[in-house]
Write a protein that binds this ligand. Structure first.
Ligand SMILES: *Cc1c(COP(=O)(O)O)cnc(C)c1O
Length: 357
């Protein structure tokens, strides 16, 4: 199993000779980075001949303050994929097992298999986490359990009660990876802060990223939060100068830019509601997402539909190839204009194809 990146806008421009391409296939921010983040990166680029110095330590201080943990609990990575891989490498040995609810982010499987450990997949129950199924999959050999809150590609969140039930039932030899890549998109009334579980001295590592709501995917900065002993094990495995100074400074500036964060949250909340309502009104089954993407399930002819969207310059993500979820189409929440265009394209496709079906 390898990571398959979403289609790029360049590919589509070349393929169909299009000028504008709407890229809603990779859960990237439609807003772009904070201007402060760009400025910080540019300023650092002028000292690009100097190895990174204090930047990582300073970002760690800010992350610790932001997350409400001690600095010893913070580990900064080259994207959170990097943190996910180093957790697997630090914890797993050949013969161990990890529990991966499916469909979910493919890096859990890649990280597991890189160590010679085995993935035990637990299918979702009607697209939601199957807590009973997850607990039933635990064996003597289980070392890691991956929970994504909210999940990619379903967008569905876990409740505090569900997470607590899992944590209460797990034996001490299982570490829970709580991937909060989309945590900032969750509505306040449904939001669960994974850090609470670290404070309760549970066996939990929280991973977060600057790639999604902070719109810094190209900079490659993510972080993990864990008990100091595990965090220091993870830090000790990293090569020196692991993340570049422009990236670290951009992340630091992004973290301080609350106005940009709130604008992203508002745009996403409005766009997510618009997509959910309009696509549901087209007769489609759209899962109630808490992330920056919506998933349409039980779709017919997804491949044809995807090709028709591509020909109109629209990239979305069929979930068959990348997540093993057939008949699904994941759409990243875009700008208002982008959302309207994707809905119009889908409405057109369905009005043309319902008659003959
Ligand atoms: C996008 C995503 C990430 C973030 O990856 P980065 O390496 O930080 O860019 C992590 N987990 C999930 C579930 C994601 O969808």
């Amino acid at each position: 199993m390898a990571y398959v990146a979403g289609k790029s806008a360049d590919t589509l421009r070349r393929e169909f000779g299009l000028d504008t391409v709407i890229k809603l296939g990779s859960n990237e921010s439609p807003l772009g980075p904070s201007e402060h983040a760009v400025d910080a990166a540019m300023a650092t680029a002028r000292a690009g001949h100097i190895y990174p110095g204090v930047e990582a330590a300073e970002l760690a201080v800010d992350i610790a303050k932001h997350a409400g943990v001690d600095i010893d609990s913070v580990v900064i990575g080259n994207g959170s994929c990097d943190i996910l891989l180093s957790i697997a490498a630090a914890v797993l040995r050949p013969g161990d097992e990890t529990i991966v609810p499916e469909p979910s982010f493919v890096m859990y499987q890649i990280g597991t298999e890189a160590t010679g450990a085995t993935v035990v997949s637990v299918p979702h129950a009607d697209h939601a986490f199957d807590v009973d199924g997850i607990l039933a999959a635990v064996t003597e050999r289980t070392r890691l359990l991956y929970l994504t809150n909210p999940n990619n590609p379903t967008g569905l969140p876990l409740t505090r009660r569900e997470i607590v039930r899992v944590l209460d039932s797990l034996p001490a030899h299982v570490v829970v990876v709580l991937d909060e890549a989309y945590g900032e998109f969750v509505d306040p009334d449904q939001h669960v802060d994974g850090v609470d579980f670290i404070h309760e001295a549970r066996n939990v590592v929280v991973t977060r990223t600057f790639s999604k709501i902070y719109a810094l995917a190209a900079f490659r900065v993510g972080y993990g939060l864990a008990a100091p002993s595990l965090a220091s094990t993870l830090r000790a495995r990293q090569p020196p100068f692991h993340v570049g100074s422009p990236s670290l400074r951009a992340a630091q500036a992004a973290l301080a830019d609350n106005a940009h964060l709130e604008l992203s949250q508002r745009l996403n909340r409005e766009g997510r509601a618009y997509l959910t309502e309009t696509l549901t009104a087209l007769g489609l089954r759209v899962l109630p997402s808490q992330a920056n993407h919506v998933l349409i399930v039980d779709l017919d002819r997804v491949e044809e539909l995807d090709a028709a969207l591509n020909a109109q310059g629209i990239i979305t993500r069929p979930t068959g190839p990348s997540f093993g979820l057939e008949r699904g189409l994941r759409i990243t929440v875009g700008t208002r204009d982008q959302n309207e265009r994707v809905v119009a394209a889908l409405a057109g496709w369905f009005s043309a194809h319902r008659e003959d079906g």
